[in-house]
Ligand binder design. Sequence first.
Ligand code: BGC
Length: 765
Amino acid sequence: MYPKITSLFLFFFISFSYAVHSQNQNRNNTVPDARIQKKVDSLLKLMTLEEKVGQMNQYNGFYDVTGPSPKEGNSKVKYDQLSNGMVGSMLTVRGVKEVRAVQKIVVEESRLGIPLIIGFDVIHGYKTISPIPLAEAASWDLDAIKKSAGVAAMEAAAAGINWTFAPMVDISRDARWGRVMEGAGEDPFLASKIATARVTGFQGEDLSSVQTIAACAKHFAAYGFSESGKEYNTVDIGTSTLYNMVLPPFKAAADAGVKTFMNGFNELNGIPVTGNQFLQRDILKKRWKFEGFVVSDWASIAEMTSWGYAKNLKAAAKNAVVAGSDMDMESKAYIDHLPQLVKDNEVDESLLDDAVRRILRVKFELGLFDDPYKYCDEERELATIGNAQNNEAVLDMAKKSIVLLKNDNQILPLKKSGQKIALIGALASDKNSPLGSWRTAADDNSAISVLEGMQKYSGNTLSYQKGADVVTGETAFIHELNINSNDKSGFKDAIDLAKQSDIVVMVLGEHGFQSGEGRSRTNLDLPGVQQDLLEEVFKVNENIVLVLNNGRPLSITWADEHIPAIVEAWHLGTQTGNAVAQVLYGDYNPSGKLPVSFPRNIGQVPIYYNYKSTGRPLAYEDKKMVFWSHYSDVENTPLYPFGHGLSYTSFKYNWLDLDKNVYEVNEKINISITVKNTGEVVGKEVVQLYIQDLFASITRPVKELKAFKMIELKPGESKKVNFTLDKNSLGFYNNEGEYIVEPGKFKIFAGGSSYTSLETEFELN
Ligand code: BGC
């Protein structure tokens, strides 16, 4: 039928494409290179209908590919499809040996030899694991976040991978949802900045470099608003929330040149996002002019049948492709049904052409046509993965991600000598949990534990008791409700140790597998018997430093009322113990700020700083009133607000000034704020600027973050921090999705958290 393209032909084809590619490395990520486009078009002309569908088909790896018999058993189907050009991408294949093996099948055996794009969830590191994304977001340090993504990309690329399914840019206000750990928190402005940092970190300046990989903004869209925080649940949100809260980080990723998007498992207002034409075609591809490709989430095309949206897999395939899903991850819907759908004129082949063009373009940009094995270099793999520089970088990121929530009587930093220190909590000696969810290729138990980190400070006497386990048994695939430990047999030893100690450091919280995909919770307390342990220890020694490990906000109201120092240490990755110890001992002065609000109790969830005033916003003026928007059993405010985070020094915000009081819409608003270090050590502070649009055609939040800057001040030093806002900061999306700026009065607030201390007003004409 169709002739096999000879290797001589391929040689010329690829050489030509290489020359073209090298001369025209596309600097502007958002506009496709015209010459690459030409090559893509000519390759497309050579392709059969089935080969086109093959490019749109993605499979999970098969583990015996480098074993003795990849052509037998279950693997045979995949092997045959690879060798027939029926697979365009594989995921979870990793390591040069494995990647080379699958690539070789395609390149040497399929008719056109189109290389695979190899994807993987490189979410916060490949083997050298950096903090979970939520923790990184707490650094508010965009350069560090970008660098961390760069390290992950470098290691992944050295292991043969060319594409990560990250960053997850889903906004979430619901700590019950386990995937809060994977995003950048609750605020669209901060999340957009972080989306840009991560995309540019993964993709670098030059996508064809062997140190960079294609990124993927996911999950398009609104997955973070899963009803009641329950995983894979329905999502029903209004247009205003969609445009103003959910979409901005995706838009930022698209503007930063992200090469791919992933849709998701959720529906949005009745339509599964995988089959959602409005999102994928109208918004993403038309309005935002996105030129990359959209991959489905794992089997999310098939899941449209479970939603009751597509009556069978064939209908689901049609639905997804029409809606703009370009690649099918593991549903086998496209490979089994698209050819027939096209032959029956139910799907226009031009839709396939568009999808394949997008996919091939990214493969060209990655340089896979230049050399399909360019990411497969054993020496580079050995030299890069887990090397000292990468460990340095993730340590730096881990320190910056820690948030000091509370520090009464300056119990922290710890003195370096002469102290008897009790370290308590199973998580303190755990070398696996700190890697967090999505640890990609990290070896089990490869993190430095808090115990190991603290042992490096030898001036004090350090003794350890676990007190209680967090979970029992295997954690990775078991539902957390069955695995919280109830065993109190270790309490006595822990209490005895606390009695004899000057200071007790307790490491409590969630195990690394208690947040992440499929880990929704209806309770945000410390899991298992850890709360009891904390209270029992407190009875014998009140000098407690509580170090939290968690992938989501927890409700720690009792701890906040009783425990003098609380350090939010999330799941910080490979270098956890070193980072925590350096912060506890004051070798690093904490500078992180919460990217999410911490509730007083779970009943306040969803809780977020940028809420609307309501028609009854009476707040605190008269607490005796009944009929205003509040709960009668707990105050409206969170336990710790968005943006909160202390330092070992203190800062005073002295002055907020605008260059004018009235501005024309095209004018720039120049703002200056003076901040002073009023403490005794050098410290870093994230100066935050918020606005409130006091009156608008759509109700606006009481506060919206619009700018932030990190400054470092010596003791006694004052600095003037300047910000400039313009109309791009003052408007909002109306319900048609248009960005509009309306004249009127605005408030401006500045401070070290969303509980700002300074405020002024201006008017926009
Ligand atoms: C997740 C995605 C992930 C994919 C591939 C899915 O279950 O929702 O975020 O990229 O699996 O591992």
